[in-house]
Design a protein around this ligand. Structure first.
Ligand SMILES: CC(C)(COP(=O)(O)OP(=O)(O)OC[C@H]1O[C@@H](n2cnc3c(N)ncnc32)[C@H](O)[C@@H]1OP(=O)(O)O)[C@@H](O)C(=O)NCCC(=O)NCCS
Length: 411
């Protein structure tokens, strides 16, 4: 029997998403399907079909990604990549990836990006780790604060279906300060804010709390709590989806709120940046129970457009010229020597015959692109190679950002 890879028939979109349950070993709920439909361009979803049955899924949504300097870069967000176990390791995912990458490139998206179920899958296609995640399993009553900050402002729990106008400016303010945030339309927010119906997946419904002062809303958190007890008393778990603030006071107070929810003893969350203020706020940082992991993976599709779309220098006003010798077998149009000339933070990027300062692969350039890695760190792993003395220092003066990139949203 032959397997045909094609655009998913739009009228079978629900069935198509449901078919991913087998590969993901998880339920695909009706509300998740509704949320995906609301933000999806169905023409960008591919399926593999055999005998009129779905055996593989994959899709791309177009979105803006914040890049160093605050620019909003069009990006292809790759998602729903699954192949049923009966059809694995015969190149179906490879073929779908080729089509998606070429389509993003044709559409003029300078980068593609994804969250990986397993990081080893995608590096062969030139994806590099663009953001790290700090994950917490905190003992809420043991963390404490380093200083005796006064309590200010007030908190408001909002009923499901409300609060969009309060959270949007806070998210946008946070987004303006970090690379890695996705743009969010009201349709995207529907999947992030609490649902009007009770969440289908275990525990209690998601809640939205907003922190306000006389200056207006400054922070919000979206979380769930799950009740639990033992012979010694309460030990409920709070699972935090997202906490955002537009001011340092908002950050401090929203985390104080989260650590003080009665009956809760453990707070779990994922996807913070590793320079998140919580580490500096905590009197007992070890009790945050941190682990570090991989976050957003990025693939550069158009070297000049991607590199010219961000700013350079830790203050965004860097100067300097750097020549890169780029190896890119998968997107061969990118391969070769590139000159980056930064002046007051803006760069011109063009092909060159100049002697290269650094040799690197597409994955390495993706790691550098968002500012999360230094070239020196990648050279320490034997990945980036310094061809001219001073090349690493030059790159380290240009690519890193003052704040770590942060992608708070999995997709
Ligand atoms: C991951 C998955 C989509 C791979 O699909 P597939 O059709 O079997 O992959 P392909 O046959 O096209 O493999 C292409 C290459 O990737 C490699 N690869 C595939 N899955 C891999 C994995 N989990 N880890 C490491 N390498 C992997 C293959 O070995 C092959 O390498 P090669 O070309 O060097 O031989 C499929 O196994 C799956 O659905 N897994 C469960 C769901 C999942 O994890 N999805 C990813 C969500 S981000």
């Amino acid at each position: 029997m032959t397997v045909e890879i094609r655009v998913c028939p739009p009228e079978r979109f629900t069935e198509f998403l449901k078919s991913a349950e087998v590969a993901f070993s998880d339920d695909v709920s009706d509300d998740l399907i509704q949320r995906v439909e609301a933000v999806s361009d169905k023409e960008r979803y591919l399926c593999a079909m055999e005998n009129d049955r779905f055996v593989a899924t994959a899709g791309v949504f177009g979105v803006g990604l914040s890049v160093p300097g605050g620019g909003d870069m069009p990006a292809g967000g790759i998602t729903w990549v699954t192949v049923v176990p009966t059809h694995r390791r015969r190149g179906i995912m490879r073929e779908m990836m080729r089509r998606m990458i070429d389509d993003c490139h044709r559409r003029g998206e300078p980068i593609a990006m994804l969250w990986a179920a397993e990081g080893a899958i995608y590096q062969r296609f030139g994806f590099g780790l663009a953001t790290f995640t700090l994950n917490l399993e905190a003992e809420t009553t043991a963390v404490g604060f380093t200083r005796d900050w006064p309590r200010e402002g007030a908190f408001r729990l909002l009923p499901a279906g409300q609060g969009l106008e309060l959270v949007t400016p806070i998210y946008e303010a946070a987004r303006a300060t970090r690379a890695g945030f996705l743009s969010r339309t009201p349709a995207w927010w529907v999947g992030i804010l609490p649902l009007v119906e009770k969440d289908a997946k275990g525990g209690e419904a998601r809640r939205l709390v907003v922190y306000e002062t006389a200056d207006g809303p400054e922070a919000y958190a979206i979380y769930k709590t799950k009740s639990d007890w033992n012979a010694r008393g309460p030990k409920s778990i709070l699972t935090l989806d997202e906490a955002m603030a537009s001011t340092p006071r908002g950050t401090r107070e929203i985390w104080r709120y989260l650590f003080e929810v009665d009956l809760v003893r453990t707070l779990k969350t994922w996807r913070l940046p590793f320079d998140h203020p919580i580490f500096a706020l905590a009197a007992e940082p070890r009790r945050l129970g941190t682990t570090m992991g991989d976050g957003l993976w990025v693939r550069i599709l158009d070297v000049a457009a991607a590199l010219e779309g961000r700013t350079y220098g830790i203050d965004g006003h860097g100067n300097g010229g750097l020549t890169l010798d780029l190896r890119d077998d998968y997107c061969a149009w990118n391969a070769g020597r590139w000159r980056l000339d930064a002046s007051d933070g803006s760069a011109r990027v063009a092909r060159t015959d100049l002697e290269a300062d650094l040799a690197l692969d597409a994955n390495d350039l993706a790691c550098l692109f968002m500012g999360g890695y230094t070239a020196t760190a990648l050279a320490g792993a034997g990945r980036v190679v310094e061809l001219r003395p001073g090349g690493l220092a030059l790159a380290d003066g240009l690519f890193p950002t003052a704040s770590q990139p942060w992608c708070p949203q999995e997709f």
